[in-house]
Design a protein around this ligand. Structure first.
Ligand code: SIN
Length: 276
């Protein structure tokens, strides 16, 4: 039987001795632990595509990857995507993309964003390449009452790449560009399973707040982001090859530190689970 041990951190727990063929049916225990801890790390998992595909099924239905580039694909697994630090912006300036290098929550421009993202470490640099996670439920709960009631009725507009983004997304053209959705989401978004609110912002995608001018909207986004990514809400994950990490996109922001040499490959496989 596997063991779940909470991290000494504002979020996260690790699962050791997990064997999918033996423990994969214990869905309720695993999902409950995930809601509580926001991120779970399954240690020492075989680095084969079917590991990630099997673990994903505990949490729901995987989303088909929205950007289809040959270098992202895993043969036979349309729900999986490779994320390599050596990938470049093939339709743009051909510079390295360094995906995920600022705080965000995945695909928040979708009307129903993926509830979860699952990542497995395949190759990691000897030093660096950690991913940080920030607990947005605790950050919301730590706000004073006046700020909570101010943001509870606000909705933000999320687009593929905001006018105010701190980093660019892969260049998209033609039909792919036209297909990208936009969505309005509550700034303090209630969790569909627990009802608890979390701050739900994404500086890469948020292009405005309904009823506010751009300057006031971005001042509020920056103020809330400064609060919600303070050290007291953050866990920093040092990857080991084989780690499979699942996070709740409705309760956490994440950011990779691309603080390793440009010619070193950091390779991950990712899948996402349909929301809400
Ligand atoms: C992502 O932002 O989806 C990727 C995170 C990572 O590579 O650690």
């Amino acid at each position: 039987m596997f063991e779940i041990t909470a991290f000494d951190a504002p979020l996260g727990a690790e699962i050791t001795n997990f064997d999918f063929s033996r423990d994969g049916h214990l869905v309720d225990e695993i999902v409950e632990a995930w809601h509580q801890h926001v991120i779970l790390v399954f240690r020492d998992q075989p680095t084969e595509p079917r590991t990630l595909a099997s673990i994903a099924r505990i949490f729901g239905t995987p989303v088909r990857q929205p950007l289809q580039r040959p270098e992202y694909q895993v043969e036979g697994f349309p729900e999986l995507r490779l994320l390599s630090s050596l990938h470049i912006d093939t339709l743009g300036d051909r510079e390295p993309l360094r995906i995920g290098g600022s705080w965000h929550t995945d695909h928040s421009h979708f009307p129903v964003p993926p509830r979860a993202t699952i990542l497995q470490a395949i190759k990691i640099p000897e030093q660096g390449g950690d991913t940080c996670f920030s607990n947005q439920r605790s950050a919301y709960e730590a706000l004073d009452e006046e700020t909570r009631s101010r943001i509870d009725s606000l909705s933000a507009k999320h687009v593929y790449n905001s006018r105010f983004t701190p980093r660019r997304m892969p260049t998209i053209t033609g039909d792919e560009g036209k297909k990208q959705p936009e969505a309005l989401h509550p700034v303090a978004r209630p969790h569909p399973d627990t009802g608890n609110r979390s701050i739900y912002l994404n500086p890469v995608r948020v292009d405005g707040i309904e009823g506010m001018d751009d300057e006031a909207a971005m001042a509020l986004v920056n103020e809330l982001m400064d609060h919600s990514t303070a050290d007291e809400f953050v866990y920093r994950h040092k990857w080991r090859v084989g780690d499979v990490l699942i996070w709740d996109n409705r309760q956490a922001l994440h950011m990779v530190h691309h603080d390793y040499a440009p010619d070193v490959e950091r390779l991950m496989i990712r899948t996402m689970i349909e929301g809400p």
